[in-house]
Design a protein around this ligand. Structure first.
Ligand code: MN
Length: 449
């Protein structure tokens, strides 16, 4: 038998992919559901293209989250078949009772007792083969494998899949598992080229201006400062970093690292910055930029724009959403800096747009003024406050555990919380804010003893 690319996939997953394709091929039209982030946009676009190439027409729709309210519209979908990507794992028993055919391609942790594998219905997840959906495969990976199970000439869609993987942060510290097999093959087929650099290929001014990883305090987001910084290096606002120009990349890296050292950013953080960049030859851009662009489109309710970017292989189609999203992120970051309130053992700030708290705190912890106080971000969410928090590796070494602190303090204030030692979240009733802040300040103080 001829060797197929998809042979590397574990049999349990491969069999279900084949079944998913069989179900899809029974229909002339269908509906697609997906999540609104980069992985959701990339995965739905991959499925859509693979189906279209097979003569199957589809409509699609993106959700910010999949809850009972959204499941209402899934149940009432005016289609005989739907494919859901990047979500659905937690609603499998419900779908078992639906009239229509359903295919779920997901990578979220699976509960032991849930499954979906009956006539006209199938659930496909990397976890079924014990492959980690946190690091080794995401929805775009599963969607890409579906496309490959349909027809191996769909391999060109690998570049879109890579943008999805990056959206879910699966390229850090490096690609692994199913992702690595796909990326390595895409590199060997010349679809993707790699280069070591901090700055991505493309307009240098925009990269420095809008990228918050790294965030250059006093430069990022400040047009005049970015201009001065670049001018000092012999660049202007229209200069581009070209693929393969390692000399320019090294010069930029060196200048960025010097700026970070000036601000006493941790050497640990700096050492992780110079990384492999993935240049997509069909899009003629850095994979991260494609990922950020479709993410911005999806999050601003412009899924159609994300599809246009991908179909046209042209980032410019999503430029408006990208710039707008970046501006808002920077505004939120500057606002946090301006209104940061220090207590004895923590710092906190209020913000107003859901989804930015963790990103802003994580950026400030790594790149803003050196401090030994963890950051707490508070979002006014009606009757309660949504909380995100971050601390640095150095703070962890001193005994701080945000997950423990958040859990204990939120529960003590009639809320709920928890997470990892360096990143945790929770929510508390509105009227317990003052006491919560006092409690968590005290708790963090105790952890450092
Ligand atoms: Mn995902």
């Amino acid at each position: 038998m001829q060797k197929m690319f998809i042979d590397f996939v574990d049999e349990s997953v491969r069999n279900r992919l084949v079944k998913a394709v069989e179900i899809a091929r029974k229909h002339k039209t269908m509906h697609l559901f997906t999540h609104y982030d980069a992985d959701g946009m990339a995965s739905v676009s991959i499925i859509r293209t693979a189906l279209q190439r097979a003569g199957i027409e589809c409509t699609y729709q993106a959700f910010t989250t999949l809850g009972h309210r959204e499941m209402e519209s899934v149940r009432n979908v005016p289609a005989v078949c739907f494919i859901m990507t990047d979500m659905g794992t937690s609603f499998l028993p419900e779908m078992a009772d639906y009239q229509c055919d359903c295919v779920v391609l997901d990578h979220h942790q699976i509960p032991d007792s849930f499954d979906l594998d009956q006539e006209g219905k199938v659930f496909v997840s990397c976890w079924l083969a014990g492959v980690s959906g946190a690091h080794d495969a995401c929805a775009s990976t599963m969607a890409f494998l579906f496309a490959m199970a349909m027809d191996e000439s769909n391999f060109d869609l690998a570049t879109v899949a890579v943008a999805g993987m990056m959206g879910d942060n699966q390229h850090r510290p490096s690609f692994s598992g199913y992702n690595k097999v796909i990326v390595d093959e895409a590199v060997s087929r010349g679809l993707i080229k790699t280069m070591d650099s901090i700055v991505p290929v493309g307009n240098v001014y925009e990269s420095i201006m809008f990228t918050i990883d790294p965030y250059l305090d006093g430069i990022t987001g400040v047009p005049d400062s970015v201009r001065d910084f670049l001018f000092g290096l012999g660049y202007n606002t229209t200069s581009s970093l070209k693929y393969g120009d390692s000399e320019s990349a090294a010069r930029l890296d060196e200048a960025i690292i010097a700026k970070l050292r000036e601000k006493s950013v941790d050497e640990d953080v700096i050492s992780r910055l110079v990384r492999k960049r993935y240049y997509l030859t069909d899009f003629e851009c850095d994979a991260q930029l494609l990922s950020d662009t479709i993410d911005a489109c999806g999050r601003t309710d412009a899924a159609a724009m994300a599809m246009k970017v991908i179909d046209s292989r042209d980032l410019m189609a999503g430029r408006g959403a990208y710039i707008e999203f970046r501006r808002q992120l920077l505004a939120m970051l500057f606002d946090a800096i301006e209104h940061m309130t220090p207590l004895e053992n923590i710092r906190y700030f209020m913000y107003s747009s859901r989804g930015y708290g963790g990103l802003v705190s994580a950026t400030l912890i790594k790149y803003w003024e050196k401090s030994d106080l963890p950051i707490i971000a508070l979002l006014d969410a009606g009757n309660e406050y949504d909380i995100s928090s971050r601390c640095s590796a150095e703070m962890e070494k001193r005994g701080i555990n945000m997950g423990d602190a958040m859990k204990a303090t939120a529960i003590a204030n009639s809320g709920e919380g928890g997470g990892h030692s360096n990143a945790a979240g929770g929510r508390i009733p509105k009227d317990s804010l003052a006491k919560f802040l006092k409690d968590i300040d005290w708790t963090i103080g105790m952890q450092k003893q």
